[in-house]
Ligand binder design. Structure first.
Ligand code: ADP
Ligand code: MG
Length: 287
């Protein structure tokens, strides 16, 4: 039978905005030694602002329109941000043959013309020479009708509590914090430095994130558990692979909430240390 204190623990956590899906996860949480984070939407807001449009082979507004249209079927934070930047209602009937390539970007036909919107990896896959961007930021390259058309530079901001969350984790005895991201190295390093994340790996494909977590799981002592925190856009497999998967509940995807063991109802990374503390208190009462 499940000790009553576990119910109290789950209840206490839920009052704090942390949904724990079972009493066994309280025990795992109490042993958390490593916390691995996704970046976009987890440590950052996931709301990008357009900071520049460069090397446009067409009018900038037209370039943004192509990007917003090609992205209109995607649920990625980048897509939502481009829609918002465009600002006008989009006629989705102009968009056909949409294909999203995770960790790369999207391919679509807009008015029957092929449009590709994504990173360096996507352009390389298409054999299109992209004009490099030397500014720090996330770059969305556009190719229209098979030719390079320019790039949109976008930037995200860190969540207001993300830095304090890292300190709170250290205070709760977490040995190491790690960030895994598909974004470029310059952006990843800037965020990691700003927040005080111990280790950072960038330019990873969703499959690379799984491989990295598996490597970490093998190298760590069994008693110290590894938590992965993500918003679930592309990272549901990592959420289920970690000792404990923690998902963002408000902005996160349904797949993440499904795959996770713990859900942060308000997407606040501060709640991770809080959940660890609640779990320990509850375990102390049980044993
Ligand atoms: P993160 O690790 O930051 O959550 P993702 O794995 O979702 O990032 O994406 C990694 C990179 O792939 C993004 O930084 C972007 O360059 C590119 N990308 C992914 N999805 C899209 C999209 N819908 N449109 C444009 N670029 C995308
Ligand atoms: Mg992501």
């Amino acid at each position: 039978s499940i000790p009553l204190s576990f119910f109290a623990g789950i209840g206490g956590a839920s009052k704090a905005g942390v949904l724990v899906k079972g009493s066994n996860y309280l025990e795992t949480l109490s042993q958390t030694g490593y916390v691995v984070f996704d970046k976009t939407g987890t440590l950052t807001q996931g709301v990008f602002e357009v900071v520049g449009i460069h090397h446009a082979a067409m009018e900038e507004r037209k370039l943004l329109e192509y990007a917003a249209l090609a992205e209109s079927a995607s649920s990625h934070p980048i897509s939502k941000s481009l829609q918002k930047a465009y600002g006008k209602e989009l006629d989705r009937s102009r968009v056909t043959e949409v294909q999203e390539i995770s960790g790369h970007g999207v391919l679509a036909k807009v008015d029957g013309i092929s449009v590709a919107a994504g990173n360096d990896k996507l352009m390389a896959r298409l054999g299109i020479a992209a004009v490099p961007c030397h500014q720090v930021g996330t770059v969305i390259h556009l190719a229209v009708d098979g030719a390079y058309a320019g790039h949109i530079l976008i930037a995200d901001v860190v969540k207001p509590t993300a830095k304090a969350a890292m300190e709170a984790l250290r205070g709760a005895g977490v040995e190491k914090t790690v960030m895994l991201t598909g974004d470029v190295r310059t952006v990843a390093q800037q965020v990691a430095e700003e927040l005080g994340v111990d280790q950072v790996y960038s330019e990873l494909l969703p499959g690379d994130k799984v491989a990295k977590v598996e490597e970490m799981l093998q190298q760590k002592p069994a008693k110290k558990k590894l938590a992965f925190v993500g918003d679930g856009i592309n990272d549901a497999p990592v959420l289920s692979r970690a000792d404990i998967g923690i998902a963002m509940g408000a902005m996160g995807s349904d797949a993440a909430i499904e795959a996770a063991d713990v859900v942060l109802m308000d997407d606040d990374p501060m709640k991770i240390a809080k959940a660890i503390r609640i779990s320990r208190k509850c375990l102390r009462i049980v044993y």
